[in-house]
Design a protein around this ligand. Structure first.
Ligand code: NDP
Ligand code: 8X3
Length: 250
């Protein structure tokens, strides 16, 4: 039987690339994000390959999140795979001058949003005694770097929550794991630096990971045999050795 996957943050970057990868393999898709126009475009493109349903909600909005998942048509209600991907960094500032709105955004989206979506979907998986949850963490969840403070905190939280989910959902046969990329060339830097010109320099002078690289890994992870769960995976571009060491030729 065809599997159904729900992907948050499917309008851009890693989430969108994962939607394309899953569609190639005929996985039914529930694609989420706030930008309806983009959801429409992706739905139109991928509907040629698989069944697609889109949900427009902000993961910060608890009620909207539950309503959206509750609204799924019967044919999309049996969710086998959840990719908790929606998230971003907002700002790169020392803690003493950090912006409180940025802090709220990162904790509300990256941490609480992930929890709201999971809370709405986990009952479907526990009822079925099966399922697979992949949380997109970050190398920033493994290592704190200068000015990374709250973003790193949010991704450390994602890793702790992933472990907690794996422990608590163990009796139900549900797989839970985290995929933690280093630098991936997406709209991430545009969001982090709010469109400032510095955003364009982040992926210059070396070959950053591409969203398709992560999508490829996610597809590998979800296609392991039933008894194999990839619990935690760290992936860097070859040019990157740690959060602060990147071999740039500029
Ligand atoms: P993008 O900015 O390209 O994509 C972010 C996605 O998240 C968009 O689809 C956006 O959709 C969605 N999103 C953001 N805020 C919300 C919200 N409040 N409610 C619902 N959806 C939201 O970045 P990436 O693809 O790079 O990021 C995806 C994940 O990967 C994030 O969790 C990020 O932290 C993580 N990551 C990224 C790395 C990188 O270097 N790029 C490295 C390591 C991890 P929309 O705006 O339409 O709502
Ligand atoms: C994104 C990677 O190094 O910008 O999570 O924090 S980094």
């Amino acid at each position: 039987m065809k599997k159904t996957a729900l992907i948050t943050g499917a309008t851009s970057g890693i989430g969108r690339a994962t939607a394309h990868e899953f569609a190639k393999h005929g996985i039914n898709l529930i694609l989420c994000g706030r930008r309806q126009e983009r959801l429409d475009t992706i739905e139109k493109a991928l509907s040629k390959q698989t069944n697609v349903h889109t949900l427009n909600f902000d993961v910060r909005d608890k009620k909207a999140t539950f309503n959206a998942i509750e609204s799924l048509p019967e044919t999309f209600k049996h969710i086998d795979i959840l990719i908790n991907n929606a998230g971003n960094a907002h700002g790169l500032d020392p803690i003493e001058t950090g912006n409180i709105e940025d802090w709220d955004a990162m904790l509300d989206i990256n941490v609480k949003g992930l929890l709201y979506v999971s809370k709405a979907i986990i009952p479907i998986m526990t009822k079925n005694n099966s399922g697979h949850i992949i949380n997109i963490g970050s190398s920033a969840g493994k290592e704190v770097y200068p000015k990374g403070n709250v973003y790193c905190g949010s991704k450390h939280a994602v890793l702790a929550i992933t472990e907690g989910m794996r422990i608590d959902l163990n009796p139900y046969g549900i797989k839970v794991g985290a995929i933690n990329p280093g630098l991936v060339e997406t709209e991430f830097s545009k969001v982090r630096f709010k469109g400032d010109a510095i955003a364009d320099t982040v992926y210059k002078g070396y070959k950053a990971l591409q969203p398709e690289d992560i999508a490829d890994i996610i597809y590998f992870v979800i296609t392991r045999p039933t008894h194999v769960n990839i619990a935690d995976l760290l992936v860097f571009p070859t040019a990157q050795a740690s959060s602060t060491i990147v071999n740039k030729n500029i």
